[in-house]
Design a protein around this ligand. Sequence first.
Ligand code: PSV
Ligand code: MN
Ligand code: MN
Length: 424
Amino acid sequence: MQIEKHKVDELNHQLSAKHTRQFEHISTDVENVEEVLKKLGAFNVAIPSWALGTGGTRFGRFSGGGEPRSLEEKIADVGVIHALNKSSNSISLHIPWDIPENAAAMNALAAQHGLHFDAVNSNTFQDQKDQKLSYKFGSLHHTDKAVRKQAIEHNIEVIKYGVQLNSKALSVWLSDGSNFPGQLNFRKAFQNTLESLQEIYEALPDDWKVWVEYKPYEPNFYSTTIGDWGQSYLLASKLGPKASTLVDLGHHLQGTNIEQIVSILLMENKLAGFHFNDSKYGDDDLTVGSINPYQLFLIFNELVEGMDARGMNHATGLGWMIDASHNVKDPVEDLLQSVQAIKIAYAQALIVDKTALTAAQNNNDVVLAQEILQQAYRTDVRPLVAEASLRNGGALDPVNAYRTLSIREHLISERGLKTVATGL
Ligand code: PSV
Ligand code: MN
Ligand code: MN
């Protein structure tokens, strides 16, 4: 399924009078409108191949209709998202959930939709059919060298797939940990993980990176071997310049100051990028911005400040990806909402009066500093996001366009009502 551009244009035309009014209004207040639009227009967030089907919990899964049944159909779904928002030009594969049997064909299909492949993700947190040794007690940290070797080889195989797809990074998340005190020797588990990652690091092509993701708990409930940013940072530092720390927003204990973590990692050139989602209780994988949009804005405020301080390109300097699960929503709608929420937070961060904020900070003017941040946060920047999309040929209102064009109904008639996507 491919969206015809003229249909998006027609919908934009219907909304154009209202949009023009709103855009003109905000343009009078925001000094750097053109710069903001340029940056928003260049900004893209990758879509993970596992987020295109409805997720579920251990209590049940309620599949939606027209879910993608193959990698080809997942690429088509990301194509739909990108055609509407012009900000999701890449797809991130989880292997072996999505194995690109014919990489050349996948590259060509992706290109037809204006897409390319982002980081590849390895998976040593589940046992696969015909797998020799089990990951029940971990993978890269395992007490048995043979299990570690199997997990290392899997990661190297994932890199090989990634090379064929022109990916440039391997993203590693381990569920390795322990469920009960005494089960694990923490020091040995960490050392084993480091040595295993060193072997994987050696297999990275020159222009590749490895991103080390952390998570405090789940599926293990006593300890996780890469449980926080300190452990990930330590590993990344010992590994070398190609390794850095990946921040998944859901992978923090409640109340953690994520924006501060981001700021320090960025300063140390050890921030790989993000898995965006939102949460109320734990790793809930909810729609980005649905629970705590202020936190998202504060993170982007640190990102803009820190990337500018280091002269980094906002669009390409870090890995931007969504990592969410959709239990009750149409996944495509949820992903469109998530990307919009990210662009809103980014636009708000771009309009912060940085000179005034720095002065307020230097004067320890706490009230003024807060006023400056909240002035930006409370500005309705949606007309800026809409204008950036419009200028790139996307929809002014992507969710509305998706619904008005009856995309899900088309997908259901093409693929059937009872389809189940692979992956989580
Ligand atoms: C783990 O919770 C995680 O965030 C990792 O990024 C996985 O690769 C992903 O979820 C998929 O389930
Ligand atoms: Mn993640
Ligand atoms: Mn997660």
